[in-house]
Write a protein that binds this ligand. Sequence first.
Ligand SMILES: [Zn+2]
Length: 788
Amino acid sequence: MASSEETPLIPPGTDAVELSESMELRLYKQSRSVAAWKRFCAFAFFGLLFILGFNLVFLPRTSLSRDLRRIHGDRLTAFDVQKTFLETLEQENNAREILKRYTSENHIVGEGYGLVEYTKAKFEEYGIKTHVETFYVWLNRPVANHLKLLDSDGNLEYQASLKEDVLEEDETTGDKNSVPAFHAYSANGNVTAKFVYAHFGRVEDFKALKEADVSLEGKIVIMRYGAIVRGLKVKLAQRYGAVGVVLYTDPYDDGEIRVKNGYKAYPDGPARNPSSIERGSVIYFSDIPGDPTTPGWGSTKNAKRVSPQDSMPKIPSLPCSYNDIKPILAKLNGKGPNLGWAGDVDEFDYCAGTSDVDLNLYNEQDYQIRPIYNVMGEIKGIMPDEEIIVGNHRDAFIVGGAGDPNSGSVALIETARGLGALLKKGWKPLRTIKLASWDGEEYGMLGSTEYGEKYARHLQDHTLAYINLDVGVAGSAFAFKSNPMFMELGHKVAKEIPFRNKVDSGYSLFDYWSEQNNATVNTLGAGTDYVVFQEHLGIPSMTMEFREDGVTDPVYHYHSNFDSFHWMDKFCDPTWELHSTMAQFFGLLLISVTEQEVSVLDVKTYAEQISKYYYDMIATIPKSWVDYLLLFDAEDGQTPAYMKNTIKQLQMAHGAPRLKDLMALVESNIKGLIEHATIYQSYKEDLQDKITEDYPWFRLFHKVKIAVQIKVANLKLLKLDRLLLFKDGLKNRVWMKHVIIAPSREKGYDGDILPGLHEAQIDGDFDEFVRWLVIIGDKIKLVGDKLK
Ligand SMILES: [Zn+2]
C-alpha cells in the first residue's frame, strides 16, 4: 500500500512481532524499567528531602501567639481583632435605632417579651449562639395606691396625683402601658398617721431628730431621695417606729440645672420636670440581692423557698413628685426646730417637727412567683476553660428607660455587631465570651444574682472577669469603677478610643477622662449586676457609664417616665456619639481581656491598692486602740477556729499581745504580698512578650515550654480573687463574702473598702476590728504565698 495521508503510521501486525519476542528479551527489558523506576524513586526521595530541608531552614519564624490561633483556623492577630472591631463600630452607629426599639414597650421585670426576642434575634443575626434562661422569682406588681392629706376633722383636704405629666412632645409619657408610681418589694398597707420630715433618712438624720426630741413612733416619715439607697431609708424609719414612708425628689439636689437658677423644666429645657417620680426598689439589696425567697441559690422552677421577712420592709412606702409633696410638706411649717436642712420646696421651711394633721397612705401590691428572662449569647473560645461575661440589664421601671438601662443595651448590641464582623472573618476568641441581657435588675439584681447563684461552681472555676454596663449614657461625665486588677486596663483601653470626632487629632477618651477627674478609677459598690460576681463569687469585675455631671448636663430623670427616647434624642446625646463611644470602650475592654494570652489581671496594682486601703483605714482608728491588749485566747474555746493560729503565734511571740503586734504581723504580710506580686507581675509580662516573639521551627520545645508556663500562670491568676472570700461573710450580711470590696452598709450604692474593718471602726467595736484584722491578714498572706 502506497504511503498516503490515510496510511497508518504504525503498520498493522507490529503487536504480533512484539509478542513473538523471546522471553529473555522481555525479562531484560523489565529489569531495565525496574532500575529506572528505582532511580526515579531515589531521585524523587532525595529531591523531596532536599526541598523539605531547604524549607525547614528557611521556614518563616512564627510566634506561639500566631500558632495558637492558626491551629484553630484563625488568621487574625490580636491587633487585627482590635482594629476590625473598632472600625466596625466607627463606620456605622446604630444607637438611635436600637434605643428606639428598646424604649418602645413596657419592659418591667418579666414583661416585654418582644424585647427578649429582639435581643436574641440580634445576637443570632451576628452569628452568636443564644438561648433564653428563665428563673422564677417572687415579686410584686402595683395594684392600687393613694396618698391623702386629711384636715383636722379627718376629711380629705388634698390628694396627691402620684402621676407624671403626659407631654405632647414625648410620646412615651402617654403610653397606655405606663407603669404606676410604686416601690418594688414594698409592703402592703393602709396607714393613717401624723407625719415628720426626716431629710435624706441617713443615720445622722435620724440621730438629729432623736436629739431634737422628735419621735417617729407611729408616724409616717417623709424623706427625700439621694445620699443613700432608698431601701435603707425605709429600713431605718421602720427601726425608729415609723408606720409608713413617702419618698420624694427635691430639685435642690439637681445641682446647677434647676428652675430656681432660671433654667426651664423638661420638655422646654434641661431642668427637672416637677411632676417626675422616681420609682425604685426598697428591698435591702446592699445586704443581699436577688430573689428574697431563695437567698444563696438559684430561683429555678422547683427551688426551695424561704420567707422573705428580713430582707424587705414591713411598712408600706410610696414614691412622690416634688409637685405632689408641696401641699403636704407645707403643713409642717413652724412645727419644730431648724436643723440646717434646706431644699427647693418654697412652701416648706425644712424644720424637724410633727404635723397636727394626718396623712393616709395606701399601698396595695400583688406578690407572686413570676418568670423572668435572661438572654444569654455565647461564642466558644480557643481556650474554652476560661470565660469572660459581659452583661447589661434589659428591664426598666418605665416604658422608656432610655438611659437606664437601654443606653447600656445599645452598647451590648453594638458590641455583638462588632464581634459578628470578626466572626465573619473567621475569628475565634481566645477565651469563651458570654453576653448576658439580664432581667429584673431594677427590683434587686434578680436575673444576674439567680444566674450567679445557680452556676456558682462553674463560674468560680472558669470566669476570669465580669464586665458590667447598666446606664451607658445619662450625661457627659465619664466614670469607670473596677476591681483594682483592672485599673490600668481601663486607662489603656480608654487611650485606644478616639473621642469627640477628633480621630486625627489623637484626642482620646482617656484625654477627656483625664481632664475631667485625672482619669480616676473608683471602687465598686452595689446596685447593679456585678454584685453577685465580685462580692459573692470573687470574680473580678468592672462597670462604666457617662453620668450626669451636675453642672451643665440636662437633669436625668432617673426611673421616671421622662427617662425617654425623646429626652435622650433631644437633650442628652443628640449626636449619639456618647453611645458609640461607650460601645467601643465596653467592647474593647472585652476584647482586651479575651485576646491577651497571659491573663490581664494586674496583681501588682492590686497589692499596692490593698496596702493603701489598709494604711488609710488604720489612720482612722482611735490612737489608743494600738496599745490595747487583744482579749482573744487561742485556748479558751471562745475564739473562732480561723483566728487560733494567728492568736497563738502572737501569744508565743509577745505573751500578752496588743493591737500593734497584730498590726505588725499584718503589715509584714502586706509587704510580702507587694514583693511577690511585683515579681509575679514582671514574670507574667515577660511571658506575654515571649509569646509574641518569633521563633524558628526547631525551637518547638521552647514554645511548648512557654505554653505550659502560660497555662500554669493563667490557672493561678484565674482563681486568685477567690482567695479573698471569707466563707462566713460580713457581719449580718453573710452573703457578702469578699473581704476587700462590699457595698457600703450605711449608704447602699457606694462601695466600701475593707468593709469588716470599716464597720468595726464606725461601731467603735475593738474586738470586731481585731477579728477582721486577723481574717484580712490571713487572706493577704494566702494571696502573697500563691504568687510566690
Ligand atoms: Zn439600671
